[in-house]
Design a protein around this ligand. Sequence first.
Ligand code: SF4
Ligand code: ZN
Ligand code: ZN
Length: 311
Amino acid sequence: MKCRKCGSAAVINLRQHRLSLCKEHFNDWFIQHCASTIKKFDMIKPGDRILVAVSGGKDSLGLWDVLLKLGYKADGLIINLGIDAGSEYSARSLEITCKFCGENGQNLHVLDIQKEYGGSVSHFFTRAHPDDQKPCSTCGLVKRHELNRVAKDNGYTTLATGHNLDDEAAVLFSNSLSWNTSQLLRQDPVMEEYGQFVRRIKPLVQFYERETTAYAILNGIEYIEEECPFSTGSKTNYHKTILNKMENEQPGLKYQFYRSFIEKKKTGLLKISENRPYEEHYCQICGQPTSSEGKCAFCRMLEGMDQAVSR
Ligand code: SF4
Ligand code: ZN
Ligand code: ZN
């Protein structure tokens, strides 16, 4: 297998693009493809202050690396969720992210949920749902709320996340199976600023996971290889496995699936009026947008903790 650009030994075959590339030309392609994604979806505007949500994984660290190579100034934010389940997952994520940050001389915000709110994600979850196994709903709630809060509090205009095409295709697949139109409408490479929400962008949305993995490995980016212990057996992983089987039979299927969805959305297939993540309600405690009057789900969760502790 030879590089289509220079004829030397290829390190990767991008089957959906019918393109084999050597290390040098894969890196060029990856960085340029990311730049064109940012441009195509108008993700970054002049004067924007970018905050990258990092987890220590290949996608978020790879994204940070590419943004820096493209000349953007971008700081990082990691949330120490306190997830361990015997694996020290959160501690290791933090260690690897701090290492990347030190080697690249970048600013990193570290938010420790335990120190900030007196309990880890697992702790909050176990209190609220003692019989359930996976704290993913609580984890998602904490991440959504806190990523936005830290970005807003520190004057960032844009929050960049490392979601790749495999992630997005799996979410799209899941939401399509249930025809969850409000979630389908929210799924986009860019969620514009709305009320107290900062703009969210996903610059890796056109890359397959094997491409983001290759980028991290070929560029010597150390990342946490183990997944969160709670991701085993998750619905998302199940949907990813199904899509991978279809992709093997039909290279490019995931790309087509996602890209066609984004194109169709622009034609008004789904009503734009539904494209509002929240009604005009603001939490009376933290001020963030919420779907109903009173307190947001995050503040209700913390309140539940207080009551549980004082009982
Ligand atoms: Fe959080 Fe993801 Fe782990 Fe679930 S699998 S607990 S959402 S990091
Ligand atoms: Zn080459
Ligand atoms: Zn709130």
